[in-house]
Structures are given as C-alpha cells and as structure tokens.
Design a protein around this ligand. Sequence first.
Ligand code: FES
Ligand SMILES: [Fe+2]
Length: 339
Amino acid sequence: MGCMDHWHPVLAAKNLRQKPVGVRLNGRELVLFRDGRGQIGALDDCCVHRRMRLSLGSVSGGRLHCMYHGWSYDSQGNGESPATPKMYACAPHYDVCEKYDWLWVKPTDARAEFPALDVAGFEFAGTLYHEMEAPLEIVLDNFTEVEHTPTTHALLGYSIDRMPEVETKVESTANSVRVFNAGPQKAISPVVAAVFGIHTGDRFVDDWTTYFSPVYTVYDQYWNDEKTGAEKGIRWRNVVFFNPLDAERTGLVTFAFYKPDPQGGWRNWLTFKPGLLWFVDREIRLDQEMVSKLADKSPSIEGMKLSRFDRVLGLNRARLASVYRGTPAATDLVGQGSP
Ligand code: FES
Ligand SMILES: [Fe+2]
C-alpha cells in the first residue's frame, strides 16, 4: 500500500456545489465535482490532453469541462474531445463516498477498508478543519502526547507542577498505537467548571488510539471525581484525521462527538453543539500556533532528547512507514513497545 491507498476525508461536502473544487493530498492534486445526477466525480486535477487544471473548468450537462480546449469528463473519468469525437480518453479517477458531512476519496484499485468510527451512543457535534505548517510526523507527535498540555492548552490537560503524577501507558499492535493518560485536571475557570460539570483537580483521562489506514486518532476524554473516582461531567470523543497535503503541510479534519452528562440538567443546554465545537477549535488552534514555531520541522526524531511521554513517537513513525506509506524497511520497528 502507498500513502494514497486509503480513504481520506478531503473536502467538506457543503463546499462542493456547482463549481469543481481542487484539493491536495500527499502532494497530488485532485478535482471533485458533482455531475448533477447525484454522483460525485474525483479525478486527477490535470487534463489528460495538455495538462490544464480541471478545477479551473466548469460543469455542464453533468460533465466537467476543461477550460483549455473544451474536453469533458464524466464522474468516472470518461473523456470526450469535441474536436475529435471518435477519440477515447480516460482520466485517472477515484472512488468517492460522503460520510459525516465530508467527501472521502480513495483510488479505485485500492482495497483499503473505510475507517469505521466507533461512535455508537455519542452525539455528532460537527466537523472542523485546520491546516498545520508541519509534516505529518511532527503534527502527529504534537497530537499524541500530553506533556505540552500545561503550556499549550486552555482546558484539556494537566498542570505543570503536577505533571510528575500523570500516568502514561502505551500499548501497540502492528497497526495501532494506544496511549492512556490520567492525572489531575489543570486549573480551569469557575465558568468552564460549571458548564462542563468538572473541577480543577478531578482526574482527567485522555485515552486515545491512533490508526494508520488512513492516519487518524480517536480521543476519549472524560473526568473522574477527585474524591469518589466516579465518572462525571461530559464525555468527548474526537476523531482527528491527519492528511499530509505535501511534505511541509498537514490538513486536520476533526469529527467531534460527545455524550452529554447524565446528571447535567441545565448544563447540557450550555454544552450545545456550536459551543463544543468552539472549545475543540480553540484547543486545536493552540496546537497549530505552538507547532508553527518549531525551529526544525524535519520528520526525523534523530537527535531529540525524548521524555517518558515520547515513547509513542517512534511507534507512530514505524507504523506510518509500514502501514500508511507501505515502506517495508521500517517493519522491524513495529514490534517495539508492545505490552
Ligand atoms: S488541456 Fe484540457 S482540453 Fe486541452
Ligand atoms: Fe495539543
């Protein structure tokens, strides 16, 4: 399998209307369009004739028309030339599916399974999109450790003086890496505490698993009462997909889910969906800002002095290579870190 051979969420469905839209993924450019009969086409964004960008063209009669010499394509990539009607041309095309308000693509010949999200019992709050100015590895490093939460985050995380109490455990399989973190919730304002039904010092659990076909992490975030240990407040399940746009940039698609607090009462009115999305958006922007300031964004971990929270970095890299990119040379690293 290569890095394209997975189902990636590439465009919010609401952003595809009459006009074709170009997207970038793994350094490739694709064009998406609606053919007017409910089908969505996804083709390489490059006309097979003389390489014009198809995303600059237009859709009429259910076909995508190239702006240069007027060749046109259906959603399966079957092309026609108005000037040479007998000629057959075929543009490379992709399978498309619409799920969780996004459009997902994969090459037609790739056998990858659609990433079924385990979100039974959760409410879907909506989706967010962020672009990070760093390669996939560096972005994933940020999203899979909690040592930065005291300094970087507003709500979700631990306080710097109690970091030594935070437990972190790693478990891995050949194609997933789970990290379980638990420790005292950092200081939060009384308003935030009231809205979410939690307190500074409650045990905040951040338990996530990263998968690699495509690359995404499922975060389970919840709180246990500091004294009784009972679960309290809201529970979040955020799923973040990490799309490498090219070697320097990564697109993050977040699907936010939550379970309202069973004892929430009036509070559940306040944690309405736009409010939750606002909180998640703010936390991701804080990561975005922090990562943008790195002195060196090269994907290698060589030369880094790693902490007890960073065991996951090497495990993730090994699976990015073996599962996502299909680079067999890295498979010997995969066994490391298994329980
Ligand atoms: S380049 Fe597209 S029709 Fe000629
Ligand atoms: Fe973060």
